[in-house]
Design a protein around this ligand. Structure first.
Ligand SMILES: Cc1ncc(COP(=O)(O)O)c(C=O)c1O
Length: 477
């Protein structure tokens, strides 16, 4: 197939060239109802159309969308690939609900995105949480060790599969080869949340994609790294053991019947962009990156951190001696530079994929950073390490999802919450990875970790008022 084509964009361009008159939804009428002050915003709205003749239908694709999705599948080498218009969030829901049945025992990497946890609950499965390995260099949770998966199968030989996150938010990508083999040998299916890896298909020096490792079904947030609009994501079926029918059923149930054409078109473009990315472009991207890293390292007090496993070169992890990641993030923002996220130790920057004629703001960023860090001189005191210790690597919930649905809850102080069953997630955001899961027992390590996050001014998603007041929701006894 010709990867230089962008069929959905071509269909829309052709449609607009005919100066169409709208007596259909959406109500903004090709942006004409956006008045003068919003004129620039309305530029994109001529592409915000609906399922008109010649523009195909995401839920029953036969024309431009079908062709665009075929190009996607050909590029990634999958059995079937789909556009998602509600992020990897909806992709994770579709994967879990279509692959598992209520009551199935399923292994789940504990440091997963909350959409996976929501999917487990909606799917009424029986999750067994697997603790990840701790990366001693970045001081963050990484991937699940294959020995943990092996041990889990000894304890739960009937498990139907395993849900993994790869790579993690920091770009850590420990090989999935062994883990996927173990799951397949046990006749299980591997579901991978590859939200942070839509570019891994580029190959070395990027870590391998889980598609190549042989995962059965995979979700990728195209919008996180590729030039796609927010919420634009891909879903890939990569094995004959996944029921296309069930996937397509949940795909249509969980997504809007009026999917956004700008998002879909940006997904078509993102596939074009990555599939035409040459080895020269890769070298150029990496040279620009390496120069930026060298310049960063010349700034006194700055450390560019590396994990101990393979790492995505587009995720840059930066520390500033004597300051937390949250403080460093504020320093960046003083100069209007916005990083992807901060944790107690470091910030994470997401670097661009550059084709060889593209430039980026690397030089400006270094100059601005030097200026701001002159105002906040580094300190010699070391940063304290903060780790959530857990007693054992393989854990099940103390209460079933059915029971959780009917039990009343109450908010209690951190002290009173000890050894009680948690009723709500506690999620530092970003990265959106829960520290406490509903249905699990709250232990002293978790409370100590949350207290340290609060001291370090971490942000939380939802229930912030209670958390900052040191209260946790638990199920009534
Ligand atoms: C690992 C992981 N999975 C899924 C998601 C959700 O992705 P989306 O924003 O595309 O819905 C995120 C979002 O940050 C994520 O980090």
């Amino acid at each position: 197939m010709n990867q230089n084509r962008i069929p959905l964009y071509e269909a829309l361009k052709d449609f607009n060239s005919k100066h169409p008159i709208s007596f259909h939804v959406p109500g903004h009428k090709h942006g004409l109802l956006f008045q003068d002050s919003l004129r620039d915003f309305s530029q994109i709205l001529k592409y915000d159309v609906t399922e008109l003749s010649g523009l195909d239908d995401l839920h029953s694709p036969e024309g431009a969308i079908l062709e665009a999705q075929k190009l996607l599948s050909t590029y990634y080498g999958t059995k079937r690939s789909y556009f998602l218009v509600n992020g990897s969030t909806v992709g994770n829901l579709i994967m879990v609900l279509s692959v598992f049945r209520p009551g199935d025992t399923v292994f789940v990497q504990r440091n997963c995105h909350k959409s996976i946890l929501n999917a487990l609950k909606l799917g009424k499965v029986n999750p067994i949480f697997l603790d990840p390995e701790f990366d001693e260099s970045l001081w963050v949770a990484g991937g699940v060790g294959s020995s943990t998966v092996e041990e889990a199968y000894h304890l739960y030989p009937d498990a139907k599969g395993c849900i993994l996150t790869y790579p993690n938010y920091y770009g850590l990508a420990s090989s999935l080869e062994k883990t996927i083999n173990i799951v397949h040998q046990n006749r299980g299916l591997v579901l991978v949340d590859e939200a942070h890896g839509p570019h891994l298909r580029l190959g070395y020096p990027f870590p391998k994609s889980s598609i190549e490792f042989g995962a059965d079904i995979i979700v990728q947030s195209a919008h996180k790294i590729l030039p796609a609009m927010t919420m634009g994501s891909y879903l890939h079926i990569n094995s004959e053991f996944i029921s296309t029918e069930r996937v397509e059923y949940y795909y249509s149930v969980l997504q809007s019947s009026s999917p956004s054409y700008p998002i879909m078109t940006s997904l078509d473009y993102a596939r074009y962009f990555i599939s035409t990315f040459t080895s020269e472009d890769i070298q150029y991207t990496l040279r620009q990156r390496d120069r930026f890293v060298d310049d960063l390292k010349k700034i006194k007090g700055i450390l560019v951190a590396n994990g101990i496993v393979e790492q995505d070169p587009l995720k840059l992890i930066i520390r500033y001696q004597g300051y937390s990641g949250y403080e460093l993030q504020h320093f960046f923002e003083e100069e209007k530079i916005f990083v992807e996220m901060a944790d107690p130790y470091q910030v994470v920057m997401v670097l661009p994929l550059l084709k060889k004629d593209m430039t980026y703001f690397y030089k400006d960023t270094i100059e601005k950073l030097k200026k701001v860090l002159n105002r906040h001189i580094y300190k010699i005191n070391p940063t304290n390490r903060l780790q959530m210790e857990s007693k054992q690597k393989i854990n099940h919930l103390a209460m079933s999802y059915e029971e959780m649905e009917i039990k009343p809850i109450e908010w209690v102080s951190f002290d009173q919450a000890l050894d009680r069953v948690a009723a709500k997630m506690i999620i530092p955001y970003p990265p959106g990875i829960p520290v406490i899961l509903p249905g699990e027992i709250i232990d002293a390590n978790k409370i100590a970790y949350i207290e340290k996050l609060i001291q370090n001014q971490a942000r939380f998603q939802g229930n912030t008022y209670h958390i900052l007041n040191k209260e946790i929701a638990v199920f009534k006894k």
